[in-house]
Design a protein. Structure first.
Length: 320
């Protein structure tokens, strides 16, 4: 079925997603009033077929992942979501049913996470499919979590489990045995919004793990002008990831450096460990202490005997 004209397509599939301030997507921009006494938080991410998702992934999960990876940036700042702007580049020949399913995925997660689209743009491109989303959230002034702030001696904490996203990509591309849990974690990461907000005033520094645990820990350490070390055995793994690693120990660099986890990585004073655990319980999110920040520079990964593990490349880069 050929695509309808641009404004018909927007009215049919994206206007139902619009929230207050979007002006029914009929104007060139949205109007947004920040909540009283709150500071705006803005972030943007792009997703391109063949880079951030598989071209044959279900369109609903592509829309949901697009929203979720941006929500994860809000989580890393301790912010609550307000809305988003989105630009869609659909390849020539895209069926309207594909776009409808994409929009349905967005609608599902809008309802789950409590936000709505504010505006954006829709274009047709020779390909590949590409999407850009700008997320808008809010936080109490002075309470935003930042990457800068860790100190030598601080604990390194991480939420959830690590490595599922990277292993899920391997499973979906036939380089690892099929596994529904790992595939789901690659396609649908969980933004840790409640945890990020609960850690405000407790965590000294935070970010989300998108490019790999070791590389992203290096970002936190460099921002603080210090180093860090983690124990490989302390890194939390799901049962499928643990089984895959037991069967093939060479997967450890992929687990610790593969990215696509979208878990929260943060620093906290060791004296605040009870507060961290209480915040995690309130947010109903697992957290694990995996190491510490140190004087010096760089990130060391230690084995069970305290020896250094060489991992090679530490994480994902678009410019490698």
């Amino acid at each position: 079925m050929p695509l309808p004209r641009e404004f018909e397509l927007i009215a049919r599939h994206f206007r139902p997603l619009a929230g207050e301030g979007a002006l029914a997507l009929g104007d060139d921009a949205a109007l947004l009033d920040p909540p009283p006494g709150r500071q705006l938080v803005l972030a943007a991410d792009a997703m391109v077929a063949g880079v951030h998702f598989l071209p044959d992934d279900p369109p609903a999960t592509i829309g949901r992942k697009l929203l979720r990876v941006n929500l994860s940036d809000l989580a890393a700042m301790g912010a609550a979501p307000l809305g988003y702007l989105m630009t869609c580049g659909f390849p020539q020949g895209t069926e309207e049913a594909w776009i409808a399913a994409f929009a349905d995925g967005l609608a599902q997660d809008q309802a789950e996470f409590g936000l709505a689209v504010l505006g954006g743009d829709t274009v047709v491109t020779p390909g590949p499919a590409s999407f850009t989303l700008t997320i808008v959230g809010s936080v109490v002034p002075g309470r935003a979590l930042r990457r800068v702030g860790a100190r030598p001696g601080d604990d390194v904490w991480v939420s959830g489990t690590i490595g599922d996203g990277a292993l899920g990509l391997l499973a979906l591309t036939g380089r690892l045995a099929p596994d529904a849990h790992l595939a789901e974690r690659y396609r649908l990461p969980t933004p840790r919004l409640a945890l990020g907000q609960a850690l405000a005033g407790i965590a000294r520094a935070a970010m989300d793990v998108s490019d790999g645990l070791v590389q992203d820990l290096g970002h936190l350490a460099r921002a603080a002008g210090c180093g860090a070390e983690i124990r490989a055995s302390a890194v939390p793994l799901s049962d499928p990831a643990r089984a895959a690693l037991a069967a093939d120990p060479s997967l450890l660099p992929r687990i610790l450096g593969g990215g696509d986890d979208y878990e929260l990585l943060f620093a906290a004073d060791p004296a605040d460990a009870p507060r961290v655990l209480a915040a995690a319980e309130a947010a109903q999110t697992r957290v694990t202490r995996i190491g510490r920040f140190l004087d010096g520079e760089g990130v060391r990964v230690l084995d069970a005997s305290g020896g250094a593990i060489e991992l090679g490349a530490g994480g994902w880069s678009h410019f490698a």
